[in-house]
Design a protein around this ligand. Sequence first.
Ligand SMILES: [Zn+2]
Length: 362
Amino acid sequence: MVSLVQAERRVRAMDDDILPTDEEFLQSLYQAPQDAHNPADDPTFLKESIEILIKGGAIPAGADPTDFVRAMFDPQRNFRGYKSSVMTNEARNCLPTSLHHLLDVPVAYLHIDELNGFVAPTPRGNAVIVLNLGIIRHAGMLSRCTLALVTYASPEPFCRDHQPAAFVHGIVSLARFVCTEDYDFLRKIVVWNCPSLEPLDIKGAQLGGVIEMFVLLHEYGHVASGHLNSSLITRKFGMDTYSQEHFQEHEADTFAFDHLEKRYGKNTSSFAAAVLFRFFDLIEHMVYGKPTSSSSHPAGRIRWDHLKEKFRLSDPEENGFGRVESLFDMILKVREGILPPPKNGASHALKAGPLTPSLRKS
Ligand SMILES: [Zn+2]
């Protein structure tokens, strides 16, 4: 006689044959809409990218530069390619061996109308991580502008190829791009070209990588902390996602910072976290006119305050983030004139991006 448990197991085994694998499920989230485009279709963008990559020695010998750049900016390749493998490999260095099982959770990048990312349940009862490509792709530029501004007056400036206002404009333009997905804001940034920096701006890119790693570790933190409560699944971006309580966001931030700090040290980690959370705060001001929590996430500033308290980041100078805070305070203070007026009463002003995931109906 077949017990109920055995019967259930058999059904499950059958389900596993029929249900998509986690990888297949993740792939199904990517659906390029009609207007998805490769920025390398723009001849100017293509030409400039080739120049920069050749200068930086980033195009492999024998590769066709046009094909290389087109592939680099291909939306599908961004979704699930080079980027996610680089990040998960580096995450291996941040996490202790006892947590390496987290690296089995598939990770992909999409444009989503939230700033960080989310964890979604799969048909087989596991989880996948989706990160927002919108900001992550530009974490290096955000880092370059911040590094230039906080060292501008120092004896060893990061970059003085442009006036400080141009770097402030870079940060504000990135924030406006994240809110609108309007590539015009990126095109108008003048600090893309800084002749005194290495062509690939390794230092800026490295800080950008630490910021990205915080975001990825945060999502691993939700998985590791058992935040995947099936009673809290909500429909978002046209798919099921695990939604979290505010305290769980703080727990995931704590997990992320803890492992980031072990890998990169306290000063670099707090600098990177300050840039990320104050950038979120800037976006909240841009959209709502003030720090604003959503139903799922505390305001950026609240999350950052929580980390400062938790990790006793009490000395802004010693811990390196003081100048980041002063910089973003200054941007907010003079925001009249440089920030658009907040959209009154906008409950959800952040626009979904061109690669918003939607479940393929099959
Ligand atoms: Zn979270």
